[in-house]
Design a protein around this ligand. Structure first.
Ligand code: HEM
Length: 294
């Protein structure tokens, strides 16, 4: 755990050890309440993420506090819906053919983004149609909270690029913010999975030896990082932290460690991803379908 602290300026912890992240995820003082009256650099980081990951004064579910009743019920509801669909998608139905074909080597990277966005959008609205425009909006949305290119980001914010991207995506899914998160943010993790699956598939030996389950497991990647903020002073091991300390939990790196698998979807935490069974099931379905015609 690395601490960057200059009193009155920054108070930030960067954590990339799987066991430390698991301990912090269990800590009741760490939450996503995200109070912005804090030191300037913490404020800047939080403000930017909250600005991007909210729409019409409502935060995306991934930025909502643990105890928020609506978040909790929506998370459970979505988990129920997706888990119910997991068995069917795992069997590799026809709707996965475009993705299976892409894994076999047909189509460009940009086409993959549109195909994945289409699959995810359909989970929320049967009339959803992904286009080059909606995929470009998703790329804007994922870059804006984390990009280190500050002049470009300033240009995007001032010029309304981020606002327009969110408006476009929200308009396609009836302003359901779980859906906007899926087609604007989570879509990039699934794209990464399928890019890796195409690499695995291109290896003829792996293609015939890997089970669908093993292939899907190898294709899972966690988001790069998630934020938490301390609601009160506390201590992790021998390291004290203050109220409003900001934590960057680098789950992308930690999930690659031997004990890090549960961090891909924050499975053992209150913030568990509702797609934690649907995504691996879908990846198995794509692998099986791609191999079927090999
Ligand atoms: C490879 C794909 C995906 C990965 C790796 C992933 C990972 C995660 C992680 C780690 C979190 C917890 C964030 C935190 O602790 O602050 C999360 C939350 C969430 N994910 Fe996913 N996700 C994926 C795909 C999806 C998809 C496809 C959907 C929707 C269809 C989805 C919906 C959500 C929602 C709504 C939350 C917020 C849960 C809450 O706290 O209420 N995710 N996801």
């Amino acid at each position: 755990m690395k601490r960057r602290r200059i009193p009155g300026l920054i108070d930030l912890f960067e954590v990339s050890d799987a066991n430390e992240i698991k301990a912090l995820a269990r800590d009741p003082h760490l939450d996503r309440k995200f109070e912005t009256p804090t030191c300037p650099i913490n404020w800047l980081l939080l403000k930017r993420s909250l600005e991007v990951l909210s729409f019409g004064r409502h935060r995306f579910p991934t930025m909502m506090p643990r105890e928020d009743a609506q978040r909790v019920s929506r998370q459970q509801e979505l988990w129920n819906t997706l888990t119910e669909k997991a068995a069917a998608i795992k069997s590799g139905p026809a709707e996965l053919e475009p993705l299976a074909d892409w894994v076999r080597g047909v189509g460009s990277d940009a086409q993959l983004g549109i195909l994945v966005q289409q699959l995810l959008g359909q989970l929320f609205s049967s009339r959803f149609v992904a286009t080059e425009e909606s995929w470009n909006a998703a790329k804007t949305l994922v870059s804006a909270p984390r990009s280190k290119n500050f002049p470009l980001m300033l240009w995007w914010f001032v010029g309304g690029k981020v606002r327009r991207a969110k408006r476009l995506l929200a308009g396609l899914v009836n302003e359901d913010l779980s859906a906007v998160n899926a087609i604007g943010i989570a879509v990039h993790n699934v794209v990464k999975s399928l890019r890796h699956m195409r690499d695995l598939y291109s290896n003829v030996e792996l293609r015939s030896s890997l089970s669908a389950e093993a292939a899907a497991e190898q294709c899972l990647f966690a988001p790069v990082s998630v934020y938490r903020q301390a609601t009160a002073a506390g201590q992790l091991g021998d390291c004290p932290y203050s109220r409003h300390s900001l934590f960057v939990l680098s789950i992308g790196e930690a999930a690659q460690q031997p004990e890090g698998r549960s961090l891909v979807f924050m499975e053992d935490s209150w913030s568990r991803c509702p797609a934690n069974l649907w995504v691996p099931g879908m990846l198995q379905g794509v692998w099986d379908r791609a191999c079927l015609s090999a």
